[in-house]
Design a protein. Structure first.
Lengths: 67, 196
């Protein structure tokens, strides 16, 4: 996609506690908690701002360069 | 800044709940709402909707730690988010809950007397008779004292880790959160995913 950000949020799904704190702060509404199990980031919407990573109480979200 | 939702104000329920326990301990029974609602969400629809939006404690910690800025916003230690600790804490909490039910039963059968104390951290008795003037079945009062003890202890733990780490670090090891996530993962049939 042409206007995609250089970076995006990546969730460690094994350690995610599915609390939804990231979903709450995401300014793009890009995060959902998949079936109460772990957070999933919609890559097309994520702008890599890092608010979710900052908020995550378990610190299991990293902002990385897109592949 | 995102706009506030009505559920962001659910922290008020936490404050009201603990305040009511100072006036009449039987109000502690209302804490069962925070037990059954997450379970209904998890078992009923396989969702963590309670944790995600409607948990009064989550909203309280978010308001105090995040909005009011009382949190140091440091990362929780690795052991705290480990499966071993989370499941271990859940098991410990369940054992303490069972112990509380056992005490309630003993009072019900008359094998033990009603103890009008709130026990902090499962070991420190705090005299609480000012919030109970009798009138109810002794076992119902015993359950209320026990349940309030558990709620207050976990709230204090949550506030301590909110101050030391991220605002909602309680959510990392919250026994209800761990249990409902376990239920949801089982329901979703989420296979162990190799992390990319």
């Amino acid at each position: 996609m042409a206007n995609q950000s250089k970076r995006h949020a990546v969730v460690d799904t094994m350690l995610c506690v599915a609390c939804g704190a990231c979903m709450e702060v995401c300014p793009r509404g890009a995060i959902t908690v998949w079936k109460g199990s772990y957070s999933v980031v919609d890559d097309a919407l994520c702008i890599g701002c890092g608010l979710c990573a900052k908020e995550c109480p378990a610190s299991v979200i990293r902002v990385e360069d897109r592949p | 800044m995102k706009k506030s939702h009505w559920y962001n104000y659910l922290w008020i329920w936490s404050v009201v709940y603990f305040a009511m326990g100072f006036f009449h301990i039987l109000f502690a029974w209302l804490g069962l709402i925070s037990f059954f609602l997450p379970l209904i969400f998890a078992v009923g629809v396989g969702s963590k909707g309670f944790c995600n939006r409607y948990c009064d404690r989550g909203q309280l910690l978010r308001a105090l730690g995040g909005q009011k800025g009382f949190s140091r916003r440091k990362d929780v230690p690795d052991w705290m988010k480990s499966k071993a600790f989370r499941y271990g804490f859940l098991a410990f909490f369940m054992a303490m809950f069972a112990n509380m039910l056992c005490m309630t039963y003993q009072v019900y059968t008359g094998a033990a007397e009603l103890r009008e104390t709130v026990t902090l951290f499962w070991s420190i008795p705090v005299p609480w008779s000012f919030a109970y003037a009798g009138g109810a079945e002794p076992w119902a009062a015993q359950f209320a004292f026990g349940f309030y003890s558990m709620m207050l202890t976990s709230a204090i733990l949550g506030i301590l880790t909110m101050l030391a780490y991220k605002p909602r670090s309680w959510c990392v090891y919250c026994p209800m959160g761990t249990m409902t996530q376990m239920i949801c993962r089982m329901k979703a049939g989420a296979k162990k995913e190799s992390n990319p």
